[in-house]
Design a binder for this molecule. Structure first.
Ligand SMILES: Cc1cc2nc3c(=O)[nH]c(=O)nc-3n(C[C@H](O)[C@H](O)[C@H](O)COP(=O)(O)O)c2cc1C
Length: 317
């Protein structure tokens, strides 16, 4: 997660029993380099002895990072789990697979998942329209997307995790029932004590409800789900007037404003920043350990309790 997925966050998630992920582009985008990613990986190793992964996002950005050097560092540092996202992962997938990495490709459509698996992805992170970040242009919510993945991907032996809008144990039980191997969470991990963002943003996550997100960048075919504040509504209004003209919205969507909100001001209203509809499921800021524990316990309770009790043995009479 951009401006969130640093070593400390990834290590906290892994130490809590999840799979923490460092965001390569956050630490290695210009003026930083792939060597900064190497430092972050080593820092993460000093904070956890559990497995963690690295995310490589392939989206149009102003100053693209040096992907070739990033891949070289990942291979040299023997990172075993890579999450790719954004678009066709083949340019990065080929060298990483050759080096023996496990690739989890994040995508928003079944046909993209099938293509990624054909290209060599080992697992899919299926992101529904509910997700924070980039939900794509097809607007299929997770209730249908995951059910479809549970049929189509399962038939082909392609494992997947549910992603987007996830924050509770009941959802984990539902995701498992639909065929997922687990669930991926972004927004929910922002509301943890270890998340490297200021309390103002965490408070906004707690206070908001499920209607508190909106979309920007739709006219650029690069839709992003963000916190619904005046800045985001302004961007939407400009897009309506000047569809597809990035130069008109650039002053309001600069990554630097987003970084300042998260790291310097804690002001949730002075930038556009990603979050998913799961914002409506967040009631408090807890530690990563507590969050994971709450979810696992709730899922186990539902499966062993309510769901098991619904199954009535057939009579033999
Ligand atoms: C603040 C924020 C930043 C994100 N940055 C990235 C990113 O850089 N690359 C990426 O692949 N996904 C990114 N995502 C998406 C998440 O990795 C994850 O797929 C998504 O948050 C799941 O939906 P949820 O937020 O409803 O849990 C980001 C999400 C958030 C909330």
């Amino acid at each position: 997660m951009h401006y969130v997925g640093y070593a400390g966050m990834a290590a906290a998630v892994s130490n809590a029993g999840g799979l923490g992920i460092i965001t390569a582009l956050t630490v290695a985008s210009p003026p930083n380099t792939a060597e900064d990613l190497r430092k972050e990986i080593r820092k993460c190793r000093s904070l956890t002895d559990k497995p963690f992964g690295v995310n490589i996002t392939l989206l149009p950005v102003g100053q693209p990072p040096d992907y070739e050097s990033i891949i070289k560092v990942l291979i040299e540092e023997k990172i075993k789990i890579i999450e790719t996202a954004g678009r066709d992962p083949s340019p990065v997938l080929v060298p990483l697979k050759k080096a023996g990495c496990v690739i989890i490709h994040k995508c928003v459509a079944i046909r993209h998942a099938l293509k990624a698996a054909r290209l060599g992805a080992d697992m899919i992170s299926m992101d529904g329209f509910d997700c924070g970040g980039h939900p794509g242009e097809e607007d299929v919510g997770n209730w249908v997307l995951l059910a479809k993945a549970g049929k189509v991907l399962k038939e082909k032996g392609i494992p997947f995790v549910a992603s987007g809008g996830c924050a509770t144990g009941k959802q984990l039980a539902a995701a498992l029932a639909l065929g997922a191997e687990g669930m991926n969470m972004g927004t929910a991990f922002m509301a943890t004590t270890e998340a490297p963002i200021l309390p103002g943003i965490k408070n906004a996550l707690v206070e908001a409800d499920e209607r508190s997100t909106t979309h920007i960048f739709r006219t650029l075919n690069n839709t992003e789900r963000v916190f619904k504040n005046d800045q985001a509504l302004k961007v939407r209004a400009i897009e309506a007037e000047h569809p597809g003209d990035f130069s008109k919205i650039w002053p309001y969507v600069r990554g630097e404003l987003y970084r300042q909100s998260f790291q310097e001001t804690g002001d949730p209203d002075s930038s556009v920043w990603s979050c998913g509809q799961s914002i409506g499921l967040i009631d408090e800021v807890v530690s990563c350990k507590q969050l994971v524990r709450n979810i696992v316990d709730e899922a186990a309770g539902i499966i062993q309790g309510r769901l098991a009790a619904l199954v009535v043995p057939r009579s033999n009479l």
